[in-house]
Design a protein around this ligand. Structure first.
Ligand SMILES: [Zn+2]
Length: 159
């Protein structure tokens, strides 16, 4: 990640990279004064998780893939996060998606002013219902699948 890269280059880089070391991030945060680039970084880092590579021990930000799969290109290792980490991350996602809907309805962007009270309540009910009927069951259903993938993954050779 280059400190002189334009916001566009930075976005492109962060959209494709699998791993960023903690030093890279800290160095960037310290030396980049442009607020726009700082914001791009913090937005894009939401799809990353701080972990340690089980193969070579590299500590940093890894891109989150389906079922919590992470890849470390430097040592060509990929692995699944611990099931506890997976559950915490998925529940956080599920809750924050519902709460951002609710927040948008109630306080967001002046929409609520134009909407009737009934509309707001029915939207709210829809968000909550979709959380309990769709998001939550899928989240729970994927947990044993994640556990299975994690338990059947190959063990690191280096350590
Ligand atoms: Zn590694």
């Amino acid at each position: 990640m280059n400190l002189t890269s334009t916001p566009k280059e930075l976005k492109k880089y962060l959209a494709s990279t699998e791993y960023l070391s903690r030093e890279t991030i800290e160095n960037f945060r310290r030396n980049s004064e442009q607020e726009e680039r700082q914001k791009i970084l913090s937005d894009k880092l939401e799809s990353f998780i701080i972990e340690r590579c089980p193969n070579c021990g590299a500590y940093g930000f890894y891109r989150w893939h389906f079922l919590g799969k992470l890849k470390h290109p430097d040592c060509r290792w990929s692995w699944y996060v611990k099931t506890g980490t997976y559950i915490r991350a998925k529940f956080k996602d599920a809750f924050s998606s519902v709460f951002s809907d609710v927040k948008q309805d109630v306080v967001g962007s002046g929409i609520a002013v134009h909407k009737g009270c009934f509309d707001v309540i029915s939207d709210l009910a829809f968000s909550i219902a979709s959380f309990f009927l769709v998001i939550l069951p899928i989240t729970i259903m994927l947990i044993p699948i994640q556990l299975f993938c994690r338990l059947t993954q190959p063990k690191p050779k280096n350590r």
